[in-house]
Design a protein around this ligand. Structure first.
Ligand code: SF4
Length: 375
């Protein structure tokens, strides 16, 4: 049995069933992105998508049967997930893991599902809910200008069908930055899309890319991003710190001096300016991407504002050697938060790593290398 799946989904959809409705990205020009480079965009025929949903149902039924055979009363546990993967391969592992985590969420791939006709999307979403009645959250990625082109009625129709959340790469609210990285959208597109989505009752999650303005535009990047967020009040913003990848146009811009990357401290200072500038919003800030130095930077405004700024100030006030230790420990996966440095075993382990790479002076190059592996 086969289901077609795309390469990525948001970190928060790790436990979702992945259903691919389009292939790749219809824009595919962002200077920092290599996800779909060289790949052709296409819409999948609706009938093929519906067939994938039916196949997922058959796989789910087989996994539950396996859970009975193994004496777990049909309950899918970690052992059933392992066994399903070992016996039948990755797809069964994916569906079994989805059932293990509740089997309630579905993510529609790839980069911009709203390019489909609204009636096609409504049909796909309706079919998922019919075939999997326990599903209570269906989400997708969309580009701002595509979402802005949908009418309020179309977005409401999608929400009524069951589209609960749209994940959108905002990256920046500064037009100068959006233009420089060839995002193909403007702050006005973001605002229009954001307002329409929220008015339709669909949850909106914007992805912000700290560092994307480089030294050249860091301040505008922070302030204008905050200003668009203030005007649209998205449900979530998620930080996903920039990592400049080789074989992207942004890497070439960096090589020829048009783009100067920020260091770790400058990125955190930029995040501080952004959070400090958020006013009158009830947005939840999430830092769940591995690329973020301060993963603990999470909370809901306005109540958590001082705590969030306190986390940033705690990091910025660390002594230089402690900062180097934290940066490496975080990037090496030893620390999740600054409190982890209090654990003597972890701290000493990271000291050993620092020594191995040649001390804090060699850290910058090593951190860029590690960060590139995360994308
Ligand atoms: S819209 Fe998204 S997927 Fe497409 S090129 Fe830009 S960042 Fe990459």
């Amino acid at each position: 049995m086969f289901i077609e799946q795309g390469p990525i989904r948001p970190p928060s959809e790790a436990a979702s069933l992945l259903i691919r409705v389009t292939r790749n990205c219809p824009w595919n020009k962002c200077a920092f992105c290599s996800t779909y480079k060289g790949e052709q965009f296409s819409r999948r025929p609706v009938e093929d998508v519906l067939r994938d949903v039916d196949t997922a149902r058959r796989i789910a039924d087989r996994v539950v049967q396996l859970a009975w055979e193994k004496g777990f009363g049909g309950r899918v546990n970690a052992e059933v997930v392992r066994e399903a993967g070992a016996r039948y391969g990755h797809l069964y592992y994916h569906v079994a893991a989805w059932l293990y985590y509740g089997g309630k969420t579905v993510f529609l791939q790839d980069a911009n599902s709203l390019v489909l006709k609204t009636s096609d999307l409504v049909r796909i979403i309706g079919h998922i809910r019919k075939v999997f009645p326990a599903v209570d959250r269906i989400t997708t990625y969309a580009r701002a200008n595509t979402a802005a082109r949908k009418t309020g009625d179309e977005l409401r129709e999608l929400r009524e069908a069951g589209l609960a959340r749209i994940h959108m790469g905002m990256e920046s609210g500064a037009d100068v930055v959006l233009k420089k990285v060839q995002k193909g959208i403007t702050a006005a597109d973001l605002l229009e899309a954001g307002r329409k989505i929220r008015d339709a009752g669909i949850s909106l999650c914007w992805y912000i890319m700290p560092g994307l303005g480089g030294r050249e535009h860091s301040r505008e990047h922070a302030l204008e991003t905050a200003s668009v967020i203030n005007a649209a009040n998205p449900d979530f913003i998620r930080f996903r710190t920039l990592s400049v990848l080789k074989n992207t146009p942004l890497y070439d811009m960096m090589q020829n001096g048009e783009f100067t990357p920020l260091d770790e401290d400058e990125i955190v200072e930029e995040q501080r300016l952004l959070i400090e500038s958020l006013q009158g919003v009830t947005t939840t800030i999430v830092s769940d991407h591995i690329l973020n130095l301060l993963q603990e930077l999470e909370g809901t405004l306005p109540g958590d504002r001082e705590r969030l700024l306190g986390i940033i100030d705690r990091y910025l006030s660390l002594a230089p050697h402690e900062k180097a230790n934290y940066q490496l420990g975080r990037r090496a996966g030893v620390y999740n938060c600054m409190d982890d440095m209090q654990n003597p075993n972890k701290y000493q382990f990271v000291e050993g790593l620092l020594e191995k790479i040649g001390g804090p002076g060699k850290l910058k190059g090593e951190l860029s290398r590690i960060r590139r592996q995360f994308v």
